[in-house]
Design a protein around this ligand. Structure first.
Ligand SMILES: [Zn+2]
Length: 388
């Protein structure tokens, strides 16, 4: 019996001080004063008691296999993770491992598996301390079907292979499909390509989850594209890490939230997730590729000044971790983009950064909205990771 805790039950109702009685692995009674003579009693009178949290935006696809305790999640109360976000999916295993290298490279050699059924079998065998639900990753499907990163539409056979990847995943029990349309190789996919894959997801009752094409000046067009994909493929829609990034785009989330409200008022199932910080964490390569440092608006990933970019992980050069891009601008005597390119070509092409660029007011507005769930989007890499 857990006694005297402030119980917040997750329904949205205010917390109340109440006892909770547990038998085996089930909650049996929730009442004012639970007495059970032979029960072990835990005094929790200064604590909050809540159901386990769901991390709706996780990249721990491989981490749950490597460190089954998954301490960084379980110690903050997370008991379920939704992996496979932003297009980074686990199957096929070879393409998945190459794809994941960019953001969350596994620290040890992992076995190979066949399809999502093979991946989910590995999860089952490993038996991590939390529940794992997987999304199919569009990048991984595209990389596998098109034999790498291809800046072109798929051939009929390649599209067939991608469709088969999604079908296998949904059949194996995946909960939906994610895209990352600002990253390689997902950025080369047309809206129609995603709809074609989404139709299979819809057939199985899965959700379409998207790190959208543009979270900068093009945010609203991206929300429009995402809503269209969901509608055309018959799936609920989840917008990943909802934000408008880059100072010139601040405030735009009030309009994207209105678009969600409008879709919901038409009976659509549209939600979003958010990591509650004003800095994102991403690949330095992607910031350069999307024009973050060389245009006044900063392109699809918004503008960040080199002084707002912190190096989190520089494989092989730990001593650079924690430094700003601005410090390299000064050391190399180069403009921001050139300094970034020098780091990428001469030191590591897999540099992970934390880049400031969101407005605190926007973060609060998104967080307070009914459509928003919290996700970590955490990346366990480097000595100075983003705290998310
Ligand atoms: Zn993302």
């Amino acid at each position: 019996v857990i006694k005297g805790a402030m119980v917040v039950d997750g329904t949205g109702s205010p917390g109340s001080v109440i006892d909770v009685g547990i038998r085996g692995d089930r909650i049996e009674v929730v009442d004012q004063a639970v007495e059970a003579e032979s029960a072990e009693t835990l005094d929790a009178s200064v604590l909050v008691l809540a159901p386990g949290f769901i991390d709706v935006h996780s990249h721990d696809d491989f981490h749950v296999l490597i460190e089954p305790e998954v301490r960084h999640n379980i110690l903050q109360g997370i008991t379920t993770v939704i992996v496979g976000n932003c297009g980074f999916g686990a199957a096929g295993s070879e393409a998945g491992k190459i794809q994941m290298k960019a953001i969350n490279e596994p620290s040890v050699e992992l076995p190979d598996w066949t399809g999502y059924s093979g991946y989910l079998d590995e999860v089952e065998k490993t038996s991590p301390s939390l529940n794992v639900a997987a999304l199919i990753g569009h990048h991984t499907a595209r990389r596998e079907a098109m034999n790498g990163v291809a800046d072109r539409p798929p051939t009929d056979d390649e599209l067939k292979a991608m469709l088969a990847n999604v079908e296998e995943g949904m059949e194996a029990g995946a909960v939906g499909m994610s895209t990352g349309l600002v990253y390689e190789p997902g950025r080369y996919a047309s809206t129609d390509e995603v709809v074609a894959l989404g139709e299979i997801v819809g057939k199985y009752g899965g959700v379409y989850v998207s790190h959208m094409r543009d979270e900068g000046a093009g945010l609203l067009d991206s929300v429009r594209e995402t809503l269209h994909i969901g509608k055309a493929s018959g799936t609920p829609v989840q917008i990943s890490h909802h934000k408008s990034v880059g100072k010139t785009n601040w405030g735009m989330v009030s309009q994207s939230l209105e678009m969600i409200e409008e879709a919901v008022s038409q009976g659509r199932d549209v939600t979003a997730d958010q990591y509650p910080y004003t800095a994102r964490s991403t690949m330095l390569f992607a910031l350069v590729q999307n024009g973050t440092f060389n245009s006044s608006e900063g392109g699809a990933m918004g503008k960040s000044d080199p002084s707002e970019v912190l190096l989190c992980s520089v494989p092989g050069y730990d001593e650079y971790e924690g430094r700003t891009l601005q410090s390299f601008v000064e050391e190399f005597d180069l403009p921001g983009e050139d300094a970034a390119n020098k780091l990428l070509s001469e030191y590591s092409d897999a540099i992970l950064v934390a880049a400031f660029g969101m407005d605190e007011g926007d973060v609060r507005m998104v967080m307070a909205h009914d459509s928003t769930m919290i996700g970590t989007d955490g990346l366990d890499r480097g000595s100075k990771p983003h705290p998310r």
